[in-house]
Design a protein around this ligand. Sequence first.
Ligand SMILES: Nc1ncnc2c1ncn2[C@@H]1O[C@H](COP(=O)(O)OP(=O)(O)OP(=O)(O)O)[C@@H](O)[C@H]1O
Length: 276
Amino acid sequence: MGRYPRAPPRDGADRRSSPMTTTTATAVGTGRAAARATGLSKVYGAGETRVVALDDVSVEFHQGEFTAIMGPSGSGKSTLMHCMAGLDTVSAGSATIGEVELVGLRDKQLTQLRRDRIGFVFQAFNLLPTLTALENITLPMDIAGRKVDKAWLDSVVDTVGLSGRLSHRPAQLSGGQQQRVACARALAGRPEIIFADEPTGNLDSRSGAEILGFLRNSVRELGQTVVMVTHDAVAASYADRVVFLADGRIVDQLAAPTADSVLDRMRRFDAKGRTN
Ligand SMILES: Nc1ncnc2c1ncn2[C@@H]1O[C@H](COP(=O)(O)OP(=O)(O)OP(=O)(O)O)[C@@H](O)[C@H]1O
């Protein structure tokens, strides 16, 4: 079993596996895609060092949905997230945030898009040590010259449970509190989508569960869209949907996942070969 307490069960949730019958992994609900990859491929190197990290991947992340990306080590999870978030270039295909096509954007446009429309949470919290928690949270908006929406900021800080810690510097906060600051920073600018790369990787099980619960609440209560890469089946069970990658391809998805159903699917990677 994974490192985190089980996610509380969903009421009346329909737990089912949906083996891929088409090449596109569609979201559980209907609605506008917050992000979409179409025929996305990513090749690193050339000749003997050539690695196909992503091979014709098509996937949609719908607004207001919490999606986990899982798969064996080296299956392309981080590469997919980086290509979708404009942190890496793609070799072929398309990646869109909302209606904006990332392929072909210049560096300056990509920087602006990441700053204005995407929130990031990384395994290493990436806070600035000399700034207070509040200054870290508002930094992206300060850099962008955007006015902070005070009511929204208050509700984010409240949801993350940081009200009494806003004047503390990162070194004065626990790992879990630092990651909550990072989550609040990601949410504060009301991005269209948050990409979280192993957000609980550096946390103990209790702090990890708090962060996962918080990310899920941000989807349920604040309407946020979250895409999270994780190795942990219990972490994935907090999501609305799990998309499974193997050898750079999407091979399965699971709606309303439980830790057991995710573990079961992961075991089949081991037992029957990666692409099953
Ligand atoms: N900058 C790079 N240069 C060359 N190959 C790379 C680079 N980044 C990733 N790769 C390769 O691409 C493949 C996918 O890597 P990626 O990091 O996306 O996998 P992952 O599923 O996130 O793995 P992990 O779970 O171990 O973090 C791997 O074979 C990896 O070695």
